[in-house]
Design a binder for this molecule. Sequence first.
Ligand SMILES: Cc1ncc(C[n+]2csc(CCOP(=O)(O)OP(=O)(O)O)c2C)c(N)n1
Ligand SMILES: [Mg+2]
Length: 545
Amino acid sequence: MKVVDAIAQILKIEGVEYLFAYPVNHIIEAAAKVGIRPIIVRQERVGLHMADALSRMTSGERIGVFCMQSGPGSENAFGGVAQAYGDSVPIVVLPMGYPRAITNVPPNFNSFLNYRHVTKSCEQVILPQAVPDALRRAFTQVRNGRPRPALVEIPHDLFGEELPQPLQYRPTPTLRYGPDAGQVRKVADVLLKASRPVLYAGQGVHYAKGWQALRDLAELLEAPVTTSLGGKSAFPENHPLSLGSGGKAMPHTVHHFLHQADVIFGIGCSFSITNFGVRMPKGKTIVHATLDPADINKDVEVEYALVGDARLTLEALGDEIRDRLGGKPRGRKEQVAQEIKTLKGEWLAKWMPKLTSKEVPLSPYRVLWDLLHTVDVANTVITHDAGSPRDQLSPFWEAITPLSYIGWGKTTQLGYGLGLAMGAKLALPDRLCINVWGDAAIGFTGMDFETAVRERIPILSILFNNFSMAMELPIMPVSTEKYRSTDISGNYADMARAFGGYGERVTTPDEIIPAIKRGIQKTEEGTPALLEFLTAKEIEFSLFP
Ligand SMILES: Cc1ncc(C[n+]2csc(CCOP(=O)(O)OP(=O)(O)O)c2C)c(N)n1
Ligand SMILES: [Mg+2]
């Protein structure tokens, strides 16, 4: 068997259904032969974003795989891999390499050398018989421990060589590890003694499918729950104990409860310091439960820590605490829920003028509020983009089912959301998959709306066109005034139609909901839809510095 056919067989054995790709890479042909559907994008970055969403939406059970050519292909793909690394997403990346004779000769781009610091594992295979082992290692890496990209570079001249033996390959396992029982007892003590504990859930809860265990623990402790952006939708945000999600912008409840807390219990999170995550207030007792010990004491000094899978950790803690309480919560819930309800009501009331604004150009908040009240939220997957749309969407979108919000932002590449929505739609075809982005973001990856049309991936794209990088206005006043440096332009509804999709430009408030309904209808008919809302340069956010 030729190396290239062995690779396709291995992908098949690993359960790969889609190969996200951009030519030339000979795996594309070999994969098609064995019934793996290639999804060809318009630029490498977007293919990686799609692979990324496929892994996210299946909690890593189905692994997104991307392949590309040597040189320009792997050079161009860098951003997509770096984003997946920043956000800890398990994907397998298969660049073609230059022929072995010139792989280390300048100026040839060598993926093995260049990708080392944005991957969890990175190798170049130079012998045919080493290919199955390299792929086994890569898939084992992405299915176990901290999720992050694994890369295997295959030199061009290796594909056509014969494997010396028949292919022998078993699917790689996912193995979970749980926390130390002694530490669990200690943490249970701390949580039970706390008078105002807050649970802070990260995306580890999604990968561990620990949603029910998180809910059980919160209800036992009668403790409020917030999430990071990555963890958003791990806890139903309409639950009486939900504070909503944190990010750069957040509901008042998140800030208030974290600041009033005595103990903060982080589960499946890294506590990384970032502009797009909640800063943990000083002087709190921090308990850090995470899969990766490398995160402990990384950005936040912790007093107590647990290492292990988020679901196993939550279940172990739940069992311990249930025993200690004799199965009965202590009757705190009403008071906590009332405090949340009052604060949330006051906060929303303050934002209501924007959320229901009748102004023209449209308020992005009004569009999002109408969107939230038009779609079937439980059966939707939505993602933001970098820039203002993220901070306008995440505090106000009430995610009520697991994996219904793709939150991200350890690094914040404009244009990421489109590929995420497309990958999500492939993973969960029965859900309405939406990306919300600004006119700067579409400038990066908008051409791939054509991919959605051509590859029949009917997503709904919500675009805020304010003809500006509004977020940069306060940062670039002189260049804006003198040279109009923050202005941008375009007619993106026309663009969507030119690509064969549905496109509509919406300018007045009364048209928002009818347009959303028409867009959804189009997606149900199989056509991707782009709704371009002409919006105000809104840069007021729900911030609590
Ligand atoms: C690849 C990349 N380059 C630069 C940035 C920095 N950046 C963040 S938001 C933004 C402008 C956002 O404009 P737009 O998407 O139109 O949203 P608006 O603020 O106008 O609502 C820029 C330049 C980034 N996040 N990603
Ligand atoms: Mg803009």
